[in-house]
Write a protein that binds this ligand. Structure first.
Ligand code: HEC
Length: 208
């Protein structure tokens, strides 16, 4: 009787040891394999196979496409002629349709990092030349170029970008870009009304 238990014990032990083998022979069953293993494919990685199927897809929106709810498209081109012509452009949104609080918020999120919360061209990314950004952002109040710049040209530069500054057309809607420009203009207005104070403020800026 004892023997039977010894043999059963040995068989059971072997069975356990064999089942501990590390090599997996089967993957087991996956319930809903599409969820367990996603069908990975790189979006837009190749438009070649689309072309083979006769689909003409370039991943770029058709020229003149505007986002749903956005204002009508901007027609001036991103070239020197467009830049010059932009000076005559006026803000199509009436002053009372512009929420200055919101404009300030958008400015601080999108522009303040370079142009500074005080619009003095000394945001944290520039930080008097010590910041990580290589090009000096314009002082939007005292730099003669921006002080004398029309709202249309500002809008143009924010829409297409200017030299080392990128375009903000994908981050801000048409109205939001005009709002930010109106915010800069309003700050320029208050600064020129109190010119000496603004000058001393700039001179006192710590040049770290
Ligand atoms: C990453 C840094 C950076 C950010 C963010 C940035 N700018 Fe600029 N901006 C610059 C630099 C640098 C210049 C100077 C470009 C040049 O060399 O003419 C500039 C120039 C300008 C000019 C003058 C353009 C011209 O036609 O000469 C305006 C106006 C301006 N920025 C507005 C804005 C507004 C509004 C925003 C936010 C929507 C913004 N910038 C965000 C770096 C920045």
């Amino acid at each position: 009787m004892k023997k039977i238990w010894t043999i059963t014990g040995c068989v059971a032990l072997m069975a356990v040891l064999i089942s501990c083998n590390k090599t997996r022979r089967s993957e087991g069953r996956a319930y809903m394999p599409d969820m367990a293993y996603s069908r990975a494919y790189e979006t837009y990685s190749s438009t070649e196979n689309l072309k083979e199927k006769g689909i003409n897809y370039t991943s770029m929106p058709v020229a003149g496409t505007i986002a749903r709810g956005d204002a009508a498209g901007y027609t001036l081109k991103n070239d020197s002629t467009g830049y010059a012509a932009s000076a005559a452009n006026k803000n199509p949104f009436s002053a009372d349709s512009i929420d200055m609080k919101e404009a300030e918020r958008l400015y601080l999120i999108n522009c303040g990092i370079c142009h500074g919360a005080k619009l003095d061209g000394n945001g944290p990314l520039w930080n008097g030349g010590d910041g990580p950004y290589p090009a000096a952002p314009r002082n939007l109040i005292t730099d003669p170029i921006t002080a004398n710049m029309s709202e249309g040209t500002m809008f143009h530069s924010v829409t297409y970008g200017r030299n080392s500054m990128g375009s903000y057309a994908s981050q801000l809607t048409t109205k939001q870009r005009w709002e930010v420009v109106a915010y800069i203009k309003s700050k320029q207005g208050t600064a020129s009304a109190a010119k000496p104070a603004a000058d001393t403020a700039t001179a006192a800026m710590p040049k770290k």
